[in-house]
Design a protein around this ligand. Structure first.
Ligand code: NAI
Ligand code: MG
Length: 494
């Protein structure tokens, strides 16, 4: 059976309400309870999500463990073909998924949501194609012994995902886990449970029942029992540093491996010889203003050489001023909303802190449409003249707020860029190759770019150092390292 795309996100949200997907079927929570899913552009309830607890976790993990036995025994390329087929079907749903994710997260359809849906589909195609690369090695141990290593799946993988880029971040976990021969149970984010459920439903038309299950619910009640379930052999998490540490401690109790993609406060260094035009476009994209800055890689600390600083700030502000804030589902909208009242309050707190210590350049305009008056819209802010130790300059804000600093000395700015507890991404903008390479080597980050600011995508190793996380995602290497274990086999032929 093929599911027909439904491009009315309001109708789709109602259809998917109050359900988990366990063992191939859409089912309500064991508790019989659910919680509201809100459209952040209006504050209206658009549907509900099943409120999962340990009973739902156990049902999903049990189904996953059972399904994984046959999946593991299937030739790798056969698994890969099915995962590619999932990606192909998801491509037919890009518009549908884009609309639904725009509705539940407030991310603008044209600039963010539809793009995310297409990268999701691409990630499944990418990893499906890597199935035959699940190779081991032959080891020159002893001529009379055949010594090889093989890559075996771990079993059941538990994946906990956030709300900011739920489709892509889920795909970067689920696709490699499945291709490597594992079954997966995902715990979705409270704020964005519906679109990922739809993805799981579409994929369950292709995959054997039980291989890919998804639960909605709150962190301590549903996420924690997933991590601590005895049959879960690996946990992969994206979210806050605080929760990442909790997950890591629970995983340590079971001695299971864990991958963590956490926060960031990523620096962008613009040297005096940089192409200013490109740097301004790069800062606009890098700060993810179109996503209200709700990105772990947001270039939120921007260091600009004194000779370019004032012009940079003026032109960056003009760029953001020209962006239209409005209904996320409207094709003409560039910037949507913040995800939730909690995050809204958090961003506002940092903005008022920043105003005490520096200059706030407030950008763009709030929407005038009266139907959006209760929406979580916030004007982007560019701070200048902030002391380096002010909270908005040091802490992850996860909102449309960036801090621009003036510098003259290269060594000093490099030291300042590295003076952070985070180490996720960094960029350097210069026409001088020697400076570019020197900075690229010395910046403490997992993802460094010169003269550009691309987003995460399949085949580019992604992940941070320091508090930004443990382990990498998005590549063949990440599939091998994080979703398989290596077994050595020695055959004595003597
Ligand atoms: P969070 O880390 O609390 O939530 C992420 C996921 O973890 C959600 O699915 C949540 O239900 C789950 N979770 C929460 N507590 C848990 C527990 N005790 N056991 C197991 N799972 C648990 O992040 P939240 O509260 O949504 O956002 C707070 C801040 O975290 C943001 O302002 C931002 O700074 C950061 N963040 C970073 C993200 C990234 O992409 N690295 C994504 C989302 C948030
Ligand atoms: Mg939280």
């Amino acid at each position: 059976m093929t599911i027909t795309p439904n491009t009315d996100p309001f109708a789709l949200a109602r259809l998917l309400s109050g359900l988990h997907l366990i063992n191939g079927a859409l089912v309500p929570a064991a508790s019989g309870t659910s919680f509201d899913v809100i459209n952040p552009a209006t504050g209206a309830v658009i549907g509900t999500a099943a409120e999962g607890d340990a009973r739902d976790v156990d049902a999903a993990v049990t189904a996953a463990a059972k399904a994984q036995k046959a999946w593991k025994a299937m030739p790798a390329r056969e698994r890969g073909k099915l995962v590619v087929e999932c990606g192909r079907r998801l491509m037919d749903h890009v518009d549908e998924l884009g609309r639904l994710i725009a509705l539940e997260t407030g991310k603008a359809l044209r600039t963010e949501s539809r793009i995310e849906a297409s990268v999701l589909a691409d990630a499944f195609v990418f990893f499906g194609g890597l199935a035959s690369e699940l190779k081991g090695e032959s080891v020159p141990f002893n001529p009379s012994m055949l010594t090889v290593t093989v890559r075996e799946p771990i079993g059941v993988v538990g994946a906990i995902i956030p709300w900011n880029v739920p489709l892509l971040l889920m795909a970067l976990k689920v696709a490699p886990a499945l291709v490597a021969g594992n079954a997966v149970v995902v715990k979705s984010a409270e704020e964005a449970p519906l679109t990922v459920l739809r993805v799981c439903q579409i994929m369950n038309e292709v995959l054997p029942a039980g291989l890919f299950n998804i639960l909605s619910g709150f962190g301590p009640e549903c996420g924690a029992p997933l991590v601590s379930h005895p049959k879960v052999g690996k946990v992969t998490f994206t979210g806050s540093v605080e929760t990442g540490k909790i997950v890591s401690r629970m995983a340590a109790d079971k001695l299971i491996p864990v991958t963590l993609e956490l926060g960031g406060k990523s620096p962008m260094i613009i040297m005096g010889d940089a192409d200013l035009e490109k740097a301004i476009a790069g800062a606009t994209a890098g700060m993810r203003f179109t996503r209200q800055g709700q990105s772990c890689t947001a270039s939120s600390r921007i260091y600009v050489h004194d000779s370019l600083h004032d012009e940079f700030v003026r032109r960056l502000k003009a760029n953001v001023d020209a962006m239209k804030m409005g209904d996320p589902l409207d094709e003409s909208t560039d910037i949507g909303t913040i995800i939730s009242p909690d995050q809204f309050a958090r961003v506002q707190h940092y903005v008022s802190e920043g105003k005490k210590h520096g200059t706030a350049h407030v950008c763009s305009q709030l929407p005038e449409d009266p139907s959006l008056k209760d929406g979580l819209f916030i004007q982007p802010v560019i701070f200048t003249d902030l002391p380096a130790d002010a909270a908005p300059a040091r802490e992850e804000i996860f909102g449309p707020v960036c801090c621009v600093f003036r510098f003259t000395d290269y060594e000093a700015v490099l030291a300042e860029a590295n003076n952070s507890e985070y180490g996720l991404a960094a960029t350097i903008w210069t026409r001088d190759l020697k400076t570019a390479l020197d900075a690229a080597h010395r910046l403490e980050a997992g993802f460094v770019q010169v003269n550009q600011n691309l987003v995460v995508q399949p085949n580019l190793s992604y992940g941070g150092t320091k508090l930004s996380g443990l382990g990498k995602e998005a590549t063949l290497e990440s599939m091998l390292e994080h979703f398989t274990h290596k077994k050595t086999i020695i055959v004595n032929m003597g």
